[in-house]
Design a protein around this ligand. Structure first.
Ligand SMILES: [Zn+2]
Length: 130
């Protein structure tokens, strides 16, 4: 009888220790993840109604915050793909077509926060006169 009681107590202590260890480890992992994610990323993930996200779903969720579906070129960006800032500025630059000796305009978009920039240089335009 004493052996049974000692076994039950030892089992309870072992169970508590295992649960406590995993709880502490889980809390530690969550704290690390919480520190690594920006407030903006936390808000995006918490706003999603799914119970869990795999890599593809997380990529899709983040892409939707930077890319406007159905748009192409520089017009598809709603936020900077490098830093997530919505402070994007669209503009026009020029390249010189040496064959036609003229300037060819192209659109670009840049981020005011991190300096990221992308251009819509249409190489075919360089082959045609304006
Ligand atoms: Zn940026």
């Amino acid at each position: 009888m004493e052996g049974l009681i000692v076994g039950i107590i030892a089992g309870a202590i072992a169970s508590w220790a295992i649960t406590h260890f995993y709880y502490r480890r889980s809390s530690s992992d969550l704290a690390i993840i919480g520190r690594k994610l920006s407030d903006e990323l936390k808000a995006i993930i918490l706003a999603d109604k799914r119970d869990s996200l795999d890599v593809a779903e997380l990529n899709e969720l983040l892409t939707k915050k930077t890319i406007r579906p159905g748009k192409e070129g520089i017009h598809r960006y709603v936020a900077c793909p490098k830093c997530g800032s919505p402070k994007l500025v669209k503009g026009t630059d020029y390249v010189v077509d040496t064959d036609e000796d003229c300037r060819v305009p192209y659109d670009n978009v840049s981020c005011q926060d991190c300096g990221w920039k992308e251009s819509d240089v249409d190489r075919e335009k360089l082959k045609r006169p304006l």
